[in-house]
Design a protein around this ligand. Sequence first.
Ligand code: MYR
Length: 282
Amino acid sequence: MSKIAIVTDSTAYIPDEVRKQHHIHIIPLQVIIQEKAYQEEVDLTTADFYRYMQSSEVLPTTSQPSVGAFMELFEQLSKNYEEIISIHLSSAISGTYQTAVTASQSVDDVVVHAVDSEISCAPQGYYSIEAAKMAASGNSASEILQRIEQLKQETRAYFVVDNLRHLERGGRLSGAQALVGSLLQIKPILHFEDKKIVPFEKVRTAKKALQRVLSMFEEDAKTKENIRATVIHANRREKAEAIKNELQAKYPHIDLDMSYFGPVIGTHLGEGSLGLSWCVLD
Ligand code: MYR
């Protein structure tokens, strides 16, 4: 067994079998529905969450894991590991990373390296899987942390929401003044800049927004050899599958995958959102 444990939070949406295969430990964030807190994908499935969103007027909110939950996990891992690398969603959209830092200062017998992924979802999952593979191959924590920093530089991620009101309501959209007055008429392409979610480009229709994201991807796909990409969807499996199949047929050399926006991220993006992330590996 490796001396380094890899922890990430539930918003990486790593499938169970992959998580087990790579011994990745997950700390769940929570969705609050009518004053009741649910740990996502522990006591609320993604399917049940979207069913709830379709049928209820009362919209959910979210919350980060508690310091106590982090401490309990870190203490448990300290029995079998010397170090922990704990990788979390961007610190500008959630207090999860900061909570991991706080908990890390209160546990003995194990060195915890908290990492701000500066993003979330599939890219965060990818960093965690890479970290777990490296840990299993005997790499040191500093080698793994360095690799994550490199992967951050190599990652592109763009997403388009069906309706901006969820991001607005949750206060997770920065630079929204650029969109004032046109919130309902446009489908902005969003991305992360300096850890925050900001509009990348204003586009009139969802179709055009998606075309623009695909064309940015294709610029890399046509010229770069080693690319790993993920189509991400908020309860739009068929559309995501169609995009994935189309891209795979055009670019067979690319390692293409599909993932989803689960309950916590779905609360802030809303059903129907689509994203594409890719990493240009050297
Ligand atoms: C919390 O309550 O701490 C969780 C807040 C989560 C905010 C999520 C905002 C949307 C993130 C979109 C990620 C797209 C990655 C490709």
